[in-house]
Design a protein around this ligand. Sequence first.
Ligand code: ZN
Length: 253
Amino acid sequence: MERDDDRKVARFAELVGRARSGVAFTGAGISTGSGIPDFRSPGGLWSRNRPIDFADFVRSAEMRREAWRRKFAIDDATRGAAPNAAHRAVARLAANGALAAVVTQNIDGLHGASGVPEDRLIELHGNGTYAACLDCEERHELEDLRAAFDATGDPPRCRRCGGVVKSATISFGQAMPVKAMARAQEAAEQADLFLVLGSSLVVYPAAALPVAAKRAGATLVIANREPTELDPFADLVLRGDLVELLAPFADRS
Ligand SMILES: [Zn+2]
């Protein structure tokens, strides 16, 4: 594993230490340390199973059955995943005011679980730890849905209105949530520091946020295992392990 040199790590600590309206923008790389695989990586689930498009999900009960089968299989594979030191560091920085917002592409719910306050957390791709009705937005718990699915094999319908129920995530072909995107854009434009943590910045429109932040005056830091297209545009680029980089911020008082 690559290690960042001490000067870069010290610079990182200094930038984080003086941030007052920072934004952390996180992707799959922050959760691999919690045992959650990066589904987009080569050999990852998405390179073997073509994702189910939102329109197909809505149209076809068979597609919904397949989607739920996969969803529950992923849940089994990641059961027990808990926030790691990188999540805890982000939560601490959100609590002490260094970070005004945590914007994530992840659907694993680990930022919430690590204590990032709801009003500072923006989950751009939704949250896979519960489900919602596509018509009336009624929240449904996965446990209940699974018990019924295991018993009948039928994809779940809303207990309130009979509508189609889907995990509360944004699927391929589904519109990005307008409110979450607007909040993220606003936080980016007001940020003094914009930290990219474990995102390869390939999924748009979210990947445009670092550019918006930098143009509005933020210092841009990119910490990711692989190079990103925005590296040349960043003030500081780190390549080492995120847990190692952020652990010192997790427990500092
Ligand atoms: Zn409903």
